[in-house]
Write a protein that binds this ligand. Structure first.
Ligand SMILES: [Zn+2]
Length: 112
């Protein structure tokens, strides 16, 4: 389950940021997850609860925002949403694509 390693990193970042701003309690955390990251939301929530136990984010609510994969075609510069891992340009059928969005995973914000 790669969610454990990902979540551990996220929680560490969260707690470091909170300490830097001298925050004593976190109520809600919003995380943005690219759909190509193949993260299971239930597993992410489960791991999050496990890693925040005993910390200032112990009772924080985790909000997961999914980001649709977006790519740009290197041949014709068409920008499009990638439907279900179908990595081909809808205009010219090229597979030379550059991914602009869809693989990220980061803390968007947190509320105290
Ligand atoms: Zn194209």
């Amino acid at each position: 389950m790669h969610e454990a390693a990902i979540t551990e990193g996220l929680v560490r970042t969260l707690l470091t940021e909170a300490a830097r701003h001298q925050i004593s309690s976190i109520k809600q955390v919003t995380v943005k997850v690219g759909q190509l990251k193949a993260v299971e939301p239930h597993a992410l929530k489960f791991c999050f609860e496990m890693f925040v136990e005993g910390t200032i984010a112990e009772n924080a609510k985790l909000i997961i925002v999914h980001l649709t994969p977006i790519a740009i075609c290197q041949q014709c510069s068409t920008k499009f949403e990638v439907p279900k891992f179908h990595f081909r340009c809808p205009q010219c059928d090229s597979n030379e694509l550059k991914l602009l969005q869809g693989e990220e995973l980061f803390i968007e914000s947190f509320d105290v």
